[in-house]
Write a protein that binds this ligand. Sequence first.
Ligand code: NAI
Ligand SMILES: NCC(=O)COP(=O)(O)O
Length: 344
Amino acid sequence: MTGVRSSGPLIVSMGDPAGVGPEVIARGWDALRQQRQSVLHPSPLPFVVLGDAATLAKQGFPVEAVYGPHDAFQVFNRAIPVIDLPAPAPVVAGQPDPANAAAVADWIERGVDMILSGEGSGLVTAPIAKAPMYASGFRFPGHTEFIAELTADMPFIGTRGPVMMLTAQNLRACLVTIHVPIDQLPELVTADRVLRVARVVHESMKRDFGIAKPRLAMAALNPHAGEGGSIGLQEIEVLRPAAAQLRGEGIDISDPLPADTLFHEEARARFDAHICLYHDQALIPVKTLDFWGGVNATLGLPIVRTSPDHGTGFDIAGKGIARPDSFIAAVKLASEMAAKRATR
Ligand SMILES: NC(=O)C1=CN([C@@H]2O[C@H](COP(=O)(O)OP(=O)(O)OC[C@H]3O[C@@H](n4cnc5c(N)ncnc54)[C@H](O)[C@@H]3O)[C@@H](O)[C@H]2O)C=CC1
Ligand SMILES: NCC(=O)COP(=O)(O)O
């Protein structure tokens, strides 16, 4: 099977309760519930929050405790449905506490379980701060790898990820490496990694985005795509052969192209997704194009998972100024991806 099918709502994990997560969830709920009542907008799925109900209730919007995801359909139009899983330590906006890290991880894990059991259609994760999670023993670089492990035993037809994709407007930037030091890139950008990521992205464009013939761009690692080998050899030794092999498999992908001219308007129009080799190569264009509305999605998993593309914003948490745009976009994208999967 392609993955889990469900008629349930989306599941939202609260993320670090001291960050902007509770605030963007609450404000996002207010906007989405109004949109769901409007005929002008497509209706995204309702969601249920897993996390600390007391923190959510402080955001100035009605909150209603529910017992299971399905209750979201009755409650969503009047209040934010939440399955209350209290944080063990007091929550102070802007001050993350490693004592809450295990609960933050538990909210994600329960969310994944609910989707694997068919109770939820997709997971939207509010941001976690990596440092307090690591301090309490969390051993994954982020949600992406954690959720991949949690779903590893679930059957899935196709090339398995996880692949991190950041999207804004018409740009879908997909990462070959994620949170790694820049000096390790020459060793980490291997043909195997590039092949796997490109296959995952190609399949996901069809499965999750309904693009019948995806056109992929491959970004080069070196300036000017290596300038014929005089500014680096990865293009000649790794990337061009990988692109040729992928084309032999029927995947429409470019040879490695200079990254500095790969993200402007006309270049974006020519490709459905960009294969980027490292974190900032993908995230700088996405966040420059749309800092407020970008979305992070994990491709190549048995479940749908999206997230706002911003972090915990501890500097503004609790001040009532965090924008919910990215969270709203993450809910809409998860709804669309779940709908595409449901039709397969
Ligand atoms: N999906 C996730 O769980 C993510 C987690 N993070 C984590 O977040 C923590 C903080 O990371 P930073 O690099 O500082 O990035 P950040 O995105 O939290 O903050 C960067 C800037 O954007 C602002 N900002 C963030 N969200 C905003 C919103 N909704 N509305 C208005 N302004 C907003 C912040 O005030 C700050 O000035 C780190 O521990 C990082 O690992 C970062 C990105 C994604
Ligand atoms: N910079 C993106 C990011 O940190 C998100 O990571 P993840 O928690 O979605 O794996």
